[in-house]
Design a binder for this molecule. Sequence first.
Ligand code: 5GP
Length: 196
Amino acid sequence: MSNLKGKLFLLIGPSGVGKGTIIKNLKKQHKNWVFPVSVTTRKKRPGEKEGKTYYFYSKEKFEKQKKEGAFLEWACVHGKNYYGLLKKTVFDALKKGKVVFREIDIQGFESVREIVPKENLVSIFLLPPSLELLEKRIRERSPLTDEEVANRLKSAKKEISLAKECTYQVQTVNLEIEKGVKDIENIVFSELADKS
Ligand code: 5GP
């Protein structure tokens, strides 16, 4: 896979830490970066559009694409819904030398690093200020049952224990988005400078 000229940046971190908002900001500011749209079997949330936040597939369609080898990785997140990153979008962009930016769960990252060469992959783990603040944010964000919150916190603890496996760890301060965006931009620019 030595024909890959670009870099794939993966943003990893527990549910509620602010990955989605950070990516929304990066998208506005970096029109030349590629933000691949993943596939999910979860239900569409209000305001979400097909092909914008995700491609929303039935479990059957997801399974079919999985069998056909369409995914670079796939995972069952929070023990419930399936998510998958489409191989073609990522590799087409990497071949063109693009910055490719995607949020992903830790299992997805573990699969991707088996496939994408080290020199083309950068992983950034977004750490919450505390588990208490994370829980508050998860509860505020959407109505979840206590069981669902407990599930997300269980995943969060597991994910945080694996943060050191990522290339970078970014500590969020009171979940301030602007600082997170700046920190991540600095990582991308320094990684690109390193290459030249
Ligand atoms: P949400 O449904 O709230 O958008 O995302 C739930 C979780 O799925 C987040 O932790 C997010 O990082 C993860 N996720 C989103 N897209 C992908 C993907 O393409 N692959 C994997 N493995 N996880 C993903």
